[in-house]
Unconditional design. Sequence first.
Length: 324
Amino acid sequence: MDIVPPENGLDDMPLLKRRRVSDCAARSCEASRFASSSSAILKHLWFPEGDIVLDIEQRLLKVHRKRLRCSVIFSDMLHIPQPSPSETDRIDGCPSVTLVGDALADWEVVFGWIYQKSDFLAKAVTFDILSGALRISTKYEIAELRQWAVTELLSRWPVDVANMRLNALPHAAEAINLAQECALPEILPSCFYALSVQKFHCSADGGRSHIVLSPNDLRRLIAGREALQDALVRVVIDPLTEPGCYNNASCGTCAPRRVEYWRTRLAPDPKSPWSTWLVRELEQMLRDDAFVGTLCSDCVHGHLSTIRWRHGRLRGAIPGFFLL
Ligand SMILES: [Zn+2]
């Protein structure tokens, strides 16, 4: 059977929700007959005392309606008066709904959160878990789960690229697609930056970007890499001149060592699987007390000011580098 909302039951609902419920019900109407004939039970999500059957990718799940009420979409749909049982096709005595376009793996993640939340929250978070949770929680408006997924994603791909760490490198290309699919554009600068610091000829994760990203996003990535390379070359060519930074004066004694220091720190390392991770390199230079201690007091000020200036400008410029 299919949860087909009668007209009267929809009258009091907001227009947006009405449309979504109607769409969902219409899809389920067509598909559940097919489900009853050819879909197979998914044993670990078949609760004998459940009161609704979901058909996802031709697998049947028998779950509890009350558990689905964490979703605004399901809550609205289940609130609507249903046709009498004699008018419906039922599976194992329960109404059935086919969820068209959803991946079973995504829903298995979500039911892990719904039925065993403490175990779910205690285990290691993989990208597949994050993407499944975000896709379903966005589509079906499960606010608490979406908030959890967004928080986890932002810890990997923070709004400020200065907070990006090594865990941003795996799955950065997939995260770009996910961000666009699930309305999470704030992670995009870090995702693109994470790809741009990986060398594609090495076997690093970013080397698969061309089969993951759309042509438009691949263009953003290339444009960003070029802009970052330009920024790096400008510094290496003339390390002590920084237009707009007025506190970078250097004495004749410290200047040659400062020039050499910048060039050594920012020189590409052919053996490294990464290109120069400029934002992180600048942060490490700020904390390099061993080198700072070799400068005279005037040059310490100029040196640190120049690093901070470049660091701040780069952080602000990175979204634009990737045409975001
Ligand atoms: Zn000096």
